[in-house]
Design a protein around this ligand. Structure first.
Ligand code: GLU
Length: 442
């Protein structure tokens, strides 16, 4: 049984990148009948907004990514305080007094010498008097976690395989600001310990955080969860970051994208499995496997999402869509129109051909005579369209486009559209007669 978590910061809306992470964690938990936790990382009081928490929940709800448990970092501050005190007492956290400008200068000097900008641990070497002097000057310390340089940090990553870091090549991370507020690193680790998280799956931008957090787990004498880092999503032409704002659930919904299309695409994108229009989640779950994840960036392409969506819509049964269809549209209406729509949003346009009013084109005199003949020979049986067209074919010698197009135009006002055999019974006898006679008289 895996316990996984999705840990968004409520500082904005979800986008394809984090939807993908949420989905994969949800799937990992589902696969083992485990637990999926929604953890709201809201320690940054200034940037976190309640409206984003609501939006995150609504978006996950729309996607059908349900969580077993919800946690809020802002309600767990006492736990972070306790873990901080314990690690400080154990000598793993130390105060530092450099200003942002001083740190920036140190970085520049190192980079200028062609060296990696690793924090020099100057604060660790301060004497008690020097520290007291800083505090007497009114400088409040920020706090760093002291990495253990004695051995390499290693883990078997679920996507990347063996990963190894030399801790001496990492800066001791700042974990708490001078005003007492928390940075991401420690609270996340404390939560993963307290909540029994067994599997952490996140983007590869977190790989070096993992190295640090593994030392935190160990320092807290806690079991280290399994880690996996997936390659980031990129756009078809490279960076996605600029477009992320428009790649969220609202935009998808507006474009008529079904949640199942988003799920089907994001489940397989960046894996060795083909992207297929699979609306059945259990089928997706059966094949979901971290070992199929590639290390190359996964390419997100809107056109691919639209293709998957159309294929999914074309397989949707009436019961799944009935609440979203125009008033009066029944099962036969849905199946008649379904092959012609790319999204459910387009259904109304086609349904108007049935309900009217329609806009007939101008017909030639010859076609008017033909349509008058059609009007006279219309018989309303089981298959009015089949009967009408075969009668007219025999009577007039017309075939192909000449036979069908004027009828379609007269009956629907369009040159193309859903199958007329299905549409005509929906239009109904009275209305069909009225449209044919109107066309023949125009
Ligand atoms: N709030 C963090 C983020 O959104 C969570 C990262 C993690 O999964 O640990 O990047």
């Amino acid at each position: 049984m895996s316990t996984t978590r999705f840990a968004p910061s409520p500082t904005g809306r979800l986008h394809v990148g984090n939807i993908r992470t949420a989905l994969h964690n949800w799937m990992l938990a589902q696969k083992t009948n485990g637990e999926f936790i929604l953890r709201i990382d809201d320690t940054d009081a200034a940037r976190s907004k309640e409206e984003y928490v609501d939006a995150i929940q609504a978006d996950l709800g729309w996607l059908g990514i349900d969580w077993d448990r919800e946690e809020r970092q802002s309600q767990r501050l006492a736990r972070y305080e306790a873990a901080f005190a314990a690690l400080r007492d154990a000598g793993r956290i130390y105060p530092a007094y450099e200003t942002a400008q001083e740190l920036e200068l140190k970085r520049k000097v190192l980079l200028g010498r062609g060296l990696p900008p690793i924090y020099d641990r100057a604060a660790l070497n301060l004497t008690d008097e020097q520290r007291a002097a800083k505090e007497a000057e009114g400088v409040e310390p920020h706090w760093r976690f002291k990495l253990d340089h004695s051995e390499a940090i290693e883990w078997e990553d679920g996507v990347r395989g063996k990963v190894k870091f030399d801790p001496a090549q990492l800066s001791d991370p700042v974990i708490r600001r001078a005003d007492g507020s928390w940075l991401y690193m420690l609270p996340s680790t404390v939560d993963d310990v307290d909540m029994g998280v067994t599997q952490v799956l996140r983007g590869e931008d977190h790989v070096s955080n993992t190295a640090v957090q593994i030392q935190m787990f160990t320092a807290m004498e806690a079991a280290v969860p399994a880690f996996a880092h997936e390659a980031l999503l990129v756009g078809k032409e490279g960076k996605l970051s600029k477009r992320l704002g428009s790649l969220g659930c609202d935009a998808f919904r507006e474009k008529g994208i079904e949640p199942e299309a988003v799920i089907a695409l994001l489940c397989r994108l960046g894996t060795s499995l083909p992207v297929e229009p699979i609306a059945d989640r259990s089928a997706l779950l059966d094949t979901f496997d971290l070992s199929t994840f590639g290390r190359a960036p996964a390419k997100f392409d809107d056109a691919e999402l639209e293709r998957v969506n159309t294929a999914i819509v074309h397989a949707m049964e009436y019961d799944a869509v009935r609440d979203r269809l125009p008033d009066g549209m029944d099962e036969a209406g849905w199946y008649a129109v379904r092959p012609n729509v790319a999204t459910i949003n387009e259904v109304g346009e086609w349904w108007r051909l049935v309900t009217g009013p329609i806009d007939q084109p101008e017909f030639s005199e010859e076609d008017r005579a033909y349509l008058a003949q059609a009007s006279a020979s219309l018989e309303w049986g089981n298959d009015p369209w089949g009967t009408l067209t075969s009668t007219l074919k025999d009577a007039t010698g017309r075939k192909g486009k000449q036979l069908f197009l004027p009828l379609r135009q007269a009956l629907t006002g369009m040159n193309h559209g859903p199958d007329m055999g299905e549409l005509l019974p929906l239009i109904g006898e009275e209305e069909a007669r009225a449209r044919l006679s109107q066309a023949s008289a125009s």
